[in-house]
Design a protein around this ligand. Structure first.
Ligand code: BMA
Length: 309
């Protein structure tokens, strides 16, 4: 049974829909703002570096792209040196009446995570670079825990397989109390590396986290999506991780593109009727959407589990 139903008219956004020159449209964050869906998507420019564009939609599937890019590498002194090679893979979290945007900042010094905020998706203010090198995939929870912000992230290490960690912060600038909470499983679809995907979604039975897992093959790596459920009060505690993937590259636009065999998510929108709109980049080239039943994803975490560690 397919837990994620692909939207019939995928891909929902491609470079042809963008009014400035880009090679790709992928790995987008999506949220609701002012009754509309806002999408912040990554695009490779023709020099191979990435910027972030913005699109809006009434229904979550048909998006209109703004005439100019939304975020390009900063020229503010604090950020310039660390964003020189581009900004990538945004995620959006709504908390304290503001939208927080995390993104990967690439430079000769490695990849760090930048944090910016906006109240209206017009004016954007950078808050800080909230990791050292080399980190990617930072997703911030939409609620605080004992007065602290919480985030999932994925540091790179030569010693340990690339795994999911949690950290906390009183002010979004200083992060600590870091702890490894989930690892890849050997000879399993996520055995090579895992990373947080969409910011966690609150359900009655726990925080649902949609993550990506990578499997190495003779034909390169395959990126798939899976689910994990975190305790509502203590997000460092993982109650269950679904043993099976929920989405893998199967359609032409997922199998072939800029990087083949990739489905990669940076955002999902829960709806009042218990469904989820899931968004993913297909083969690092186009944006795709699908729907899932939130309770079925939670069931997978609880009834067909593999160990988190
Ligand atoms: C990861 C990141 C993602 C990308 C994925 C597949 O390492 O670079 O942005 O979607 O690889 O190429």
């Amino acid at each position: 049974m397919n837990l994620v139903q692909r939207y019939a008219k995928n891909p929902i956004l491609t470079k042809e829909d963008v009014p400035y020159a880009v090679a790709t449209v992928h790995n987008a964050a999506v949220t609701k703002y002012g009754g509309k869906y806002i999408m912040l998507f990554r695009s490779h420019l023709h020099n191979g570096r990435s910027i972030i564009g913005k699109a809006e939609s009434e229904d979550g599937f048909n998006f209109q792209v703004e005439p100019a890019p939304f975020m390009t590498p900063s020229d503010e002194p604090e950020f310039q040196e660390y964003e020189e090679y581009g900004v990538e893979d945004p995620r959006i979290t709504f908390i304290d009446d503001e939208y927080l945007i995390t993104y990967s900042a690439y430079s000769k010094n490695g990849v760090r995570i930048g944090l910016a905020k906006t109240a209206d998706f017009r004016k954007i203010e950078r808050i800080g670079l909230i990791t050292q090198a080399d980190y990617r995939n930072v997703v911030i929870f939409p609620e605080k825990f004992n007065g602290l912000y919480a985030r999932l992230d994925r540091p790179h290490s030569e010693i340990s397989p690339w795994s999911i960690w949690i950290s906390y912060s009183p002010d979004l600038i200083y992060w600590g109390k870091s702890k490894l909470i989930m690892k890849p499983v050997q000879y399993h679809w996520d055995e090579m590396k895992i990373g947080p995907g969409a910011p966690p979604i609150k359900t009655e039975r726990g925080w649902l986290s949609i993550y990506h897992g990578v499997f190495p093959t003779m034909d390169g790596s395959v990126y798939r999506l899976g689910v994990a459920l975190h305790d509502l009060k203590d997000p460092a505690k993982i109650i269950g991780v679904g043993d099976d993937w929920i989405l893998q590259p199967e359609e032409v636009y997922e199998i072939t593109g800029y990087v083949h065999n990739v489905v990669f998510t940076c955002g999902a929108v829960p709806e009042d009727d218990g469904t989820l709109k899931l968004y993913w980049g297909g083969a690092d080239k186009v944006m795709c959407a699908g729907t899932a039943n939130i309770e079925e994803l939670v069931d997978l975490c609880l009834n067909n589990s593999r160990p988190a560690l």
